[in-house]
Design a protein around this ligand. Sequence first.
Ligand code: UD1
Length: 348
Amino acid sequence: MAKTILVTGGAGYIGSHTVLQLLLGGFKTVVVDNLDNSSDISIKRVTELAGEYGQNLIFHKMDLRDKPALEQLFASTTFDAVIHFAGLKAVGESVQKPLLYYNNNLIGTIVLLEVMAAHGCKKLVFSSSATVYGWPKEVPCTEEFPLSATNPYGQTKLFIEEICRDIYRSDAEWKIILLRYFNPVGAHSSGYIGEDPRGIPNNLMPFVQQVAVGRRPALTVFGTDYSTKDGTGVRDYIHVVDLADGHTAALCKLFDSNIGCEVYNLGTGKGTSVLEMVAAFEKASGKKIPLQMAGRRPGDAEIVYASTDKAERELNWKAKFGVNEMCRDQWNWASKNPYGYGSPDSTD
Ligand code: UD1
């Protein structure tokens, strides 16, 4: 019997790629998403890309904080596990509007966990972030590193991790995997789904992509005086399809072993600087990306990359793609969808 997975935030960037990989892997998926920061066009496209498996995808527009609606969903469907992506994720906005972030991310998660417990569904994969390592004292980051948060968005990731550890301590029937994502980039190789941030992108590659298609004049490089090979910040970029496959590996672990509450890094283990990433994108796209050198962005770490040993060893998962494939697929998506899922008038 195919297992049925509830995917919260499944219309978003990482969610939509994960739903596609789950469908292709033979899972049934039910997506709930409030569409605050995503489009249901991604759901339609995932359904098409999944071919005959597309019939195994059901979508409900729903906010997790709407407890009666979530209760009703759990009453009508038996879920084998939940993958919880839903949440707000813009660091700068979280500093401006902390209550919005605490309300959305924490209350949404608490309601979800309450309803799961009430219905005896106690298997969870949660989207955490490398942001919980703060400014790491050394690299690569292992799962045992001390945790810290420098902004409300990061706090919500940290709090939710702690909530998960606490509920497992209180009830050993729970099986929980916390996945700490490094920097997801790229898109599905079809170029049919990809990242489509609202407003001005905060993250590097969505910004680069918008410069390449002519929506923005230049990329501002935040910081050129870091102690790195070329002075710019170093990150662990991971292809979103590799990241999506990491969720299938995590689900298999939940179903096949006596895991309690465990945490895994999902990264490549390789560090790439801003200038290296821009060069790889220019090569993949044939477009010149004009640069504006600027000071450091407050709160930015110098070098962050993952230790991938634990995920390789225990999840049997390893990223397959490198930065050239990430940039090729990012450009394929960007050139086919210069305005994402919208039109020139629907974005700024
Ligand atoms: C950021 C968030 C992190 C979040 C992650 C999600 C901050 C401080 N951190 O991480 O909490 O989990 O996104 O993917 O926002 N850069 C530029 N110009 C730009 C944008 C970025 O030079 O316009 C540089 C940054 O200084 C950094 C690198 O590119 O060195 C990557 O930045 P970004 O994509 O925002 O990711 P993180 O900072 O790693």
